[in-house]
Design a protein around this ligand. Structure first.
Ligand code: ZN
Ligand code: ZN
Length: 102
């Protein structure tokens, strides 16, 4: 089950479940779109993978209880800001690779 984390892990901006601004890596590390581009350069600081837009979990019970009311977003904030200089060093060799080859 995809974990819908409540804020950007870098700037702590709120990213509610209906936010179109949330970006996630394959391990669900979650950032806002501007931090993902401007601070991270599409390299996850935790795993080195790339990011995609986080899907919106339906707020309506259209079918079989697969909706936000049954499976709500987590409230546990993971605010662990990235050191931009350290991230640049970490990300430089990784960013040269296409995301599918990392
Ligand atoms: Zn952010
Ligand atoms: Zn990651």
């Amino acid at each position: 089950m995809l974990e819908l984390r409540p804020t950007c892990e870098h700037c702590n901006k709120p990213l509610p479940p209906d936010s179109l601004d949330a970006r996630i890596c394959s391990f669900e590390c979650t950032f806002c779109a501007s931090c993902m581009i401007e601070v991270l350069g599409n390299v996850c600081p935790n795993c080195g993978g790339g990011f995609v837009p986080r899907p919106i979990r339906p707020a309506t019970n259209w079918k079989g209880d697969d909706y936000l009311g049954k499976y709500p977003a987590t409230t546990q904030v993971r605010h662990r800001p990235v050191d931009p200089a350290a991230h640049k060093r970490f990300a430089a060799p990784i960013a040269k690779l296409p995301v599918e080859s990392r």
